[in-house]
Design a protein around this ligand. Sequence first.
Ligand SMILES: [Zn+2]
Length: 289
Amino acid sequence: MLISDNIYYCKNCKKVVPSIEDLLFVEDGSNLSFCSEACIEKFYSPLIDYFAGKIEKKRKDLNIVDEAALEALENPTFVDRVLHKPDEIWRLENDLKEEIFTFISKVNHNGEDIHLMALCFVFNHTPSFVLALTATSNDYFVQDFQVGEEVESLEDYHREIEDNSILDPEDFELIELKKSKLLAEMMTHRKEFDIPFEDFSLYMDYLRPTIETYDELYEFKDEDGDEAFAYFKAFEKSGVSFFYIALCTRIEKGEQSLIVPIISFPTIDGDLSNSYKAGKLIDGNKLAH
Ligand SMILES: [Zn+2]
């Protein structure tokens, strides 16, 4: 092997990794890349502190330091919505062409209309790293986040599944409903040591390979009595093994039968992974169309 072979390295710890596939990227159009989530977090933690400080200062000024709306951040459905199905997206670009996006979502929390705001980096049309996440019932505070240019075509930033024009609004409603239930259930069983919820978007690329070349697939009836599928695949990234799990439902559209992901997530917890192995183990060929 040549000494000066192409090398790839983590921009935080400077560790050299075997290939580009071993790197995690968080910003579109940037070569900043990392060997692990821990390194991403370390690298950006001063920026997280910076925004936390700005938010705290503004909250003091507005006298909303401990407002009730902040409880909404405990609700994974709300957090998922602001990150993946926001009502507004604002894009701020500096002279170095570095972008920070603000996602804003309006939700009803305990009978009150409140807003969730997330400052994120975006990679591959999906939020890749959350710099700040907060909630408020104060409209002036919301305005502080509406900076830069508003991105008009929200569709570009929605998940692939939302673009699937075969599905109609009722289907999406059904999907959202199932999603809330499954997310809440998964978050209650999730252990402290597991991959944090905020990092799930870094694993979105594993959804397709999990469904297309799964290790195991189970078929079962969900709580609503609908046909459901659980796909499992084991992966390794930077020496860390994890499972990627996709929980899907089948939606019939005329002649077509679609397998639609409801939630998908990584886990390093074998117990959590096993808890989804219910119903009938399906042979690899049965679902092939
Ligand atoms: Zn590193």
